[in-house]
Design a protein around this ligand. Sequence first.
Ligand SMILES: NC(=O)c1ccc[n+]([C@@H]2O[C@H](COP(=O)([O-])OP(=O)(O)OC[C@H]3O[C@@H](n4cnc5c(N)ncnc54)[C@H](O)[C@@H]3O)[C@@H](O)[C@H]2O)c1
Length: 254
Amino acid sequence: MLQNKIILLTGGADGIGWECAKAYAKAGASVCIADKNPGGKDRLNELKNVNHLFMACDITNEKEVKQVMDNIIHQFSRLDAIHNNAGTGHPSKPLHTTTNEEWNTLMDVNLKSIFLTTKYGIGYLKSSKGSILNTSSLVGTIGQENHAAYVASKGAVNALTKAMALDYAAWGVRVNAISPAAIKTPMLEAWGKQQPNAEEITKYLDNLQPLGKMPEGDVIADACVFLLSDAARFITGCVLPVSGGAELGYRILI
Ligand SMILES: NC(=O)c1ccc[n+]([C@@H]2O[C@H](COP(=O)([O-])OP(=O)(O)OC[C@H]3O[C@@H](n4cnc5c(N)ncnc54)[C@H](O)[C@@H]3O)[C@@H](O)[C@H]2O)c1
């Protein structure tokens, strides 16, 4: 479904991003991972096909993002998609106890990163009639206790997705978001450890989704392959819940 497409994937070294990297490669794409964790390079040879790229990069750093884009164009001469997936769930606390530094870092990773990849990548996407995909979160739509800055950042990602979809539609560039509920990843594990009832948290997360227990990132990756493929050619500005129905309503769990 993604034959010969060149995809920039931020935060592709682990968690949901790594599942997406595998799915994109399997669908025929060349995956260009930009991740702050240099260990991600060692995983590249696990990917199907051969022509992939790993770039150690802090996605909040403008110079490094520009360098990432230059590297991709140098190697592949084109860019078909940007998947803005890198994110942080830290801190998990109410707003008034969030420090300035925590607020700024979280907003930089979850939001400014999209601004930067768009700033340096949109020209190439206009040429290829490409596509942008943002990893949002269901909590950006329905809210979450004890996670104020994160919720705000993901609400902004949803709004930004629609604004960008309108701005770039004239060039045939589609912009969508996926909205997971709970997915088993290192980030979610770290979030769980910050909760007051950490030992009960897995049970809580398993019960969130009417369709079943907390899944792995492959359920997200399959939806991402679709949204970046030509099968989704008339879909833009969509924030797609891939949540097992977690947002559908009150449930009786006793
Ligand atoms: N896991 C969940 O339950 C869940 C639910 C909803 C939304 N999300 C979103 O999915 C995305 C991926 O989350 P995950 O759970 O796979 O997280 P993760 O922590 O498991 O993986 C995130 C990856 O992003 C990279 N990264 C973080 N900051 C970076 C930076 N400044 N520059 C470059 N790379 C950076 C990390 O090194 C890591 O490889 C995030 O945007 C997150 O908000 C996750």
